[in-house]
Write a protein of this length. Sequence first.
Length: 628
Amino acid sequence: MSKVRSLGRVWIVIVATVLACMLAMAAAPAYAAEDAGTTDTTVSDGAVTTDPDDGEDVTGPGDVTPGDADDSGDADEPTNPDTPATPDEGDDGDQADKPAGDTPDDQDKPDQDTPDDPADEPDEPAEPEPSYEDSHANMYRLYNPNSGEHFYTMSLHEATSVASAGWQWEGIGWVAPLSGAPVYRLYNPNAGDHHYTTSAVERDHLIGVGWNDEGIGWYSDGEDHTPVLRQYNPNAVAGAHNFTTSAVENDHLVGVGWNHEGLAWYATDGPNLEIQGRWLVTSAWGSLERYWIGADGNIVRGRLIDPEEGTGYHAYATDDGAIVRGKYYAPELDCVYVADQEGRLVSKPDGQDGWYVTDSIDGGMQRYYYLADLHAMDAGFFTVDGVNYYGLAAEGYVLRGKYSWGGIVLLGNLESGELATGQGWLVTDIYDGGTQRYWLIATWENSPYSGAQTGLIYVDGGKYYGDPKQGYIDRNKYVYADRWYKANNDGWLTESESPEEGDMMLRAQGMRSPTDFLILVDTDKCRVGIFRGGNDNWNLDRFEPCVCGAPWSPTITGTYSTGYHLPVLPDWSNALYCTNITGGYFFHSVLSSTDELGQHLSHGCIRLDWPFAQYMQTVPYGSTVHLY
């Protein structure tokens, strides 16, 4: 019995020990280690994207080309990102998420003051409101000149890709919030255009008739913000809808036949967001050109672009936005921008105002005057150190030689470009290689700059004629100014006594000759003219009467050339100094008397006074002879 009682006491101890352990375990805190997944939603480059923790990414739309398939090969238009996920609101701090267990006794805590009221406990800091920039996105607007469609996207990457493919960049249409009522984006694979709507019913209907659902394009703001108006073109096959915040644009479209369809959604009533400037290369406006999209989202026009804007170098945008490549004259600044094929402006190596002499721009050594503040070459009239110059607007370099300007001819030194100055007669050989006379006048009233007057000039009771191309006074030649004049060695003009000379001069200027001699014969008036010079610049050397063929044996007409010479015409011993024209036709001397000159008496040959016939034999072989 004593053993039985002893064993019983042992079992009682064991059971008590087990129960004590179980009670202790039941009293321990039950911590649950749970790893709650999170989802981040961001805006990258204007497009809503969702980045779940599981590594899957939803990105913005890809590149598109007007009329061509996008990167997926599914359609000819840009595609929108999938519907963006809404960021999780996060845990609300319910006690259910806290570890279970007893609250430690006060004696387990460090000594501290205990608030008398729960309201005295400090509030947890509230999460800051997102900034305007973090909660909104620009809406970019582009136009397809081929289909007439406007395209809208919050993705700057997609917008520039579409513009590079030939759509015209129209900048920022409005600003949209990153949350609110969704605006759905759909694509018609048959017509090739997009449509946008806040109506799920309209969206579902379009999907049902064959449109592709491209998800949420962006969001609408509240009713207290800017309305976006919707118009419909009943005549368009594609691009039938237009969306704008401009009441002026809306009224214009309605005025030319579009239907006003009222409110589409709301844009944020706030400023456009600044972007990083970037290059755009496109042929959307014709030829392939470079453009710079500025921080305001617009194509820069009509100004100098600073490297700090993001270009990396100075560039100049013309009034239509195209970046200068080559040379461009800016009339409002009177300077010439010179740039390489990337639009990088040429500048003087030291970056300071002054002369830049180089052959790196035009292939030959030229002089340019560089303006550092404009990063351009000076053009037009300018003065440096008291010396006058003229920069050619089409070239950018300084005039060296002659240039027609406003009815006068500017004269630039062939080496330095220094302009001729003063007024009155200038006799010099520095512009033409031979001595010439010029009559200098001011380029305009009270102007410090001078040039050579052209046309008829009245000086000291006489008439002179300034050559319109060369600027010098015509001398020893016939000139035409309302009528014909003959200029002597000084250039003094006298009216021509023979109208036939003027007619022959006019004919000569349209003729060609392989030599520097040209012969014309007026078979009606019996006149011969010998011209010297060159094509389009024939000067009358000799103009004299002759004998032409009798009515029963007329002189030939047409164009020939001088041939062989004979001292005397066979069978006609008194026909001397013979020059063949063609066949049996010759220039030769009169037979017996100069009284026959000016008459139609010959057998077809052209008879000349003896000295003139002898001079005719000095004309080079093969010179053109034109008889009319």
